[in-house]
Design a protein around this ligand. Structure first.
Ligand code: HEM
Length: 141
């Protein structure tokens, strides 16, 4: 797949992931899996109710994570001489690493409002970085 298309797909995946995250919050499912990275001590828990909602967020986050690393790697490989794209290719995976830890801390801190708010802030940041990458690749900004 072309990088331009991959970057657009990754941006769309993160947008959907953010909606799933909002649904986790609004449905009160944030502590349905009280541990991390396992859920009730299992890699695949019994998938129903709030556990299904929280688990879907985790699985979708993992898939989006793979897409983010792949996109950033390819942007770095083919556009490292572009000042803006090379910065985005470094910043995006770094923000992802911070985000995964904030997701885990959200659970471990029993949804401490500061940590959950930081998790939202980094989600918006990752989306912004990916959208900028996609638009720069298409020479639209
Ligand atoms: C790229 C990765 C991720 C993105 C973009 C993302 C995004 C989001 C967003 C936008 C929310 C809603 C926040 C709100 O409504 O204030 C959310 C909630 C949540 N996320 Fe993530 N997330 C990611 C990865 C993870 C991971 C790996 C975990 C691991 C456990 C996780 C755990 C949670 C939890 C527990 C909530 C609900 C918090 C609550 O109930 O208040 N997230 N996420």
């Amino acid at each position: 797949m072309e990088i331009k298309k991959l970057s657009a797909l990754t941006t769309a995946a993160v947008f959907i992931l953010m909606l799933i995250g909002a649904y986790v919050t609004q449905s009160g499912s944030g502590l349905a899996c009280p541990d991390w990275p396992t859920c009730h001590g299992k890699i695949i828990p019994e998938l129903r109710g709030p556990v299904l909602i929280e688990y879907t967020h985790r699985v979708f986050a993992s898939l989006s994570g793979v897409l983010i690393f792949l996109t950033s790697y390819l942007v770095w490989k083919y556009h490292k001489h572009d000042k803006n794209l090379s910065k985005l290719a470094v910043a995006t995976p770094l923000a992802l690493v911070v985000q995964v830890f904030l997701g885990a801390f959200s659970v471990q801190s029993e949804l401490n409002p500061l940590i959950v708010t930081a998790h939202l802030g980094i989600a918006i940041t990752i989306f912004g970085l990916l959208l900028s990458t996609t638009l720069l690749l298409r020479r639209q900004i």
